[in-house]
Design a protein around this ligand. Sequence first.
Ligand SMILES: CC(C)=CCC/C(C)=C/CC/C(C)=C/CC/C(C)=C/COP(=O)(O)OP(=O)(O)O
Ligand SMILES: O=P(O)(O)OC[C@@H](O)CO
Ligand SMILES: [Mg+2]
Length: 253
Amino acid sequence: MKHIYNDILASISKGEKPLAVLIDPDKIKFDSVSSFIEKVNTSIATHIFVGGSTVNENITDALVEEIKRHTKKPIVLFPGDTTQITSKADAILFLSLISGRNPEYLIGKHIRSISKLNETNLDVISTGYILIESGRETAVERVTETKPLSRTNIQHIVDTAKAGELLGMKLIYLEAGSGAKFSVSKEIILNVKKAINIPLIVGGGIRSKKQLENAYNFGADLVVIGTAFEEDESFFDELKTPLSVGHFPKGGK
Ligand SMILES: CC(C)=CCC/C(C)=C/CC/C(C)=C/CC/C(C)=C/COP(=O)(O)OP(=O)(O)O
Ligand SMILES: O=P(O)(O)OC[C@@H](O)CO
Ligand SMILES: [Mg+2]
């Protein structure tokens, strides 16, 4: 098994800023994988996440196999459903949607994924997944039939993240939703980061270098970007010049 989680911890403790490119199997054409991954390979991206809210059954396996043929970067499943589990990836975010109260997404799909997971060698990373209101309804909201947390009730978001940590989760993922109008705000990132001792992932609606730098500077440890790369691959080139990011020790900002 590859130790993707431990590698993420090591990278963060060195002050690095891991960046994941999200590939949604619903959106990418199989024959454009090689050219897309070529861009990823020469970019600052450190991880490839693969997943979506609504993915046709069984396409993830072939897609991950094809991605793997073209890259050495770690491939992490970011699944909306058990059908997106494949042994060809390196790790899986074992997401529990702790912002919602739909038992299926808190524990149901997890139980049904075990027989499949037992047949893999994936690094299973327990992740508290928190959906934050972001200006319009997102695919995750629709599929999970849950409401996101209000972006103005910061204390509730902080308490949700902390509860995830105390339940033993290894990562907290603040999600504005793919293509979000508003990405997760400065106040939310700062306050959640201050409260928790596990790595913080931030994603949804990040479309510019400045927004990416801000996310790190407010306290994100790992950022996920999908749509901005999907819509315009020149964004990879925009990120070629060094990011203006500092290293903020816990509680230091
Ligand atoms: C434990 C297993 C195997 C599955 C359950 C996993 C859970 C709880 C998932 C949480 C909810 C969910 C549907 C997450 C999907 C997250 C994701 C990969 C979003 C990517 O974007 P899309 O939502 O597909 O956006 P588009 O609308 O742009 O396609
Ligand atoms: O597609 P974008 O808006 O970059 O969102 C990435 C990810 O956080 C969605 O799950
Ligand atoms: Mg999708």
